[in-house]
Design a protein around this ligand. Structure first.
Ligand SMILES: *Cc1c(COP(=O)(O)O)cnc(C)c1O
Length: 459
């Protein structure tokens, strides 16, 4: 399999080079040159077996079959549910896919547990090492730390905005006692953290010296791993047409659904749920993508201005014309707004729709679903449920809501909505007693670069 950039000017790469590159050199995102057709053997029973069959065409030629099977099996053995991603019925043809049974209680574990192993495998093969730098508003950081802890060839520095992640989120990062992991709280916002990371990547000399790399959702390997649960959910529901509703931030999760559709899953609708940061809802309604300020909500993983993975969908829908897309993205960056042609919007509307909900509506959904179905939802998943109900066009087609976090990861919002305090799973019962390790730095590029250089100099 070869991978091409959405902006048409970067070299085509194989899987392993795409994995390590992350962003393409022309500023675009890598997508597969062709979407492979699904070929899942009828006797594939476990999640890991289906996962190997779904993902094999993406990695074939770059990873040996046996090593891949082992990595996939090990990745999903870290989940504490035998089905890995079980389905729960919510009534009226709605289903909940529980993507949060991994080590850090959010869906990002599904991809990250595999991607961490793929990185380690490829670096060992090459005899190289890298430094992973990331900014997190909570869930990406904990998933990356848990997936990359104790790996020989990888150092990890994760920045989070001081006081702006939930205590459970922070502790899932800072209580990991591993020599290759560092947590830094930055005196600033999530955007400040992200700007620091971008600045380090833009600083050529530093980037090369530290061999910087990233595991954020622009990495195609994460999208690849996320296509699998669209396939397993479809199979669990009998293999007929199916729709999905996805609480969305960076558009990585729902783009994986589009990929699954291109591979042959008969997906009728992909519903994109947003909070008050509703750039996607507005774009789907009008064809104009326009930046507004970010507002803090009770679903912080979706407090995003620009959904980077949307570029992958736009590339597919404009006939894979990377040069034209590069122009439009350039205009968007320069002016903060861009309008896409109506035929593109028509193609988008065949499958996608968007819905937005404010904090009050989100809390009301959490309370109502607990009351009617006895299921406790986290605020992100609640937006998925509300979006599913509001946008569903065909009640005869089952709709699966992607449950992106365990309610125990956002206990304050859940308790405020229901009066119930969600319990952490047994294995994390002592999370609040474990010692934390973290450093503090100002929003200052030189200070953060100095910190990273000192950390990696121990080798
Ligand atoms: C990351 C995250 C999302 C958003 O997923 P995207 O792939 O960025 O669209 C939604 N919910 C939770 C709990 C998350 O951690």
């Amino acid at each position: 399999m070869h991978y091409v950039s959405t902006r048409g000017a970067a070299p085509e790469l194989g899987f392993a080079d795409t994995l390590l590159a992350g962003l393409a050199s022309d500023g675009g995102l890598y997508v597969p040159a062709d979407w492979p057709a699904l070929d899942v053997p009828v006797d594939a029973g476990t999640y890991a077996e289906v996962a190997v069959a779904v993902m094999w065409p993406f990695v074939e030629g770059d990873v040996e079959r046996e090593a891949f099977e082992t990595m996939v099996a090990d990745a999903y053995a870290t989940f504490d549910h035998p089905d890995v991603v079980p389905l729960t019925e919510l009534g009226d043809g709605l289903w909940l896919a529980e993507l949060f049974h991994g080590p850090t209680l959010a869906f990002k574990d599904v991809a990250m547990q595999l991607v961490g192993r793929l990185f380690d495998h490829e670096l060992a093969r090459r005899g190289e090492r890298i430094t992973i730098i990331g900014a997190t508003s909570g869930d990406t950081g904990s998933a990356a730390i848990e997936a990359l802890r104790d790996r020989e060839a990888i150092d990890v520095v994760i920045l989070h905005p001081e006081g702006r992640v939930s205590e459970v989120q922070r502790r899932l990062m800072t209580t990991v006692d591993s020599p290759n992991i560092r947590n830094v709280s930055i005196e600033g916002t999530f955007d400040d953290c992200q700007d620091l990371v971008k600045a380090m990547f833009a600083h050529e000399e530093f980037r090369a010296a530290q061999r910087l790399s990233a595991v954020n959702s622009i990495n195609f390997a994460r999208v690849m791993a996320q296509t699998v649960y669209y396939v397993t959910s479809h199979r669990l529901l009998g293999g007929g047409p199916v729709s999905f509703a996805v609480p969305t931030g960076n558009f990585g999760n729902v783009f994986a659904g589009y990929g699954a559709m291109r591979m042959g899953v008969p997906i009728r609708q992909l519903v994109v749920g947003s909070n008050r940061n509703d750039i996607l809802t507005r774009f789907f309604a009008t064809g104009t993508m326009e930046i507004q300020g970010v507002e803090a909500t009770i679903s912080p993983a979706m407090d995003i201005q620009v959904s980077s993975n949307l570029e992958r969908l736009l590339f597919e829908l404009n006939g894979r014309d990377g040069v034209a897309l590069a122009d439009l993205m350039q205009q968007f960056r320069a002016e903060g707004t861009v309008t896409f042609p109506t035929d593109l919007l028509d193609r988008l509307s065949e499958t996608f729709s968007g819905a937005r909900f404010d904090d009050e509506e989100t809390a009301a959904t959490i309370a109502e679903v607990l009351d009617r179905h006895g299921v406790l939802l986290d605020p992100h998943t609640a937006i998925g449920v509300a979006a599913a109900r509001s946008a569903r066009v065909d009640p005869s087609v089952p709709m699966v809501v992607l449950g992106t976090a365990d309610p125990a990861k956002f206990p304050d919002a859940v308790e405020a909505a229901t009066g119930r305090h969600p319990m952490l799973p047994e294995r994390l019962a002592d999370l609040f007693d474990r010692p934390e390790r973290l450093d503090h730095l100002p929003t200052d590029l030189a200070a953060v670069e100095g910190y990273v250089a000192e950390f990696t100099a121990r080798h």
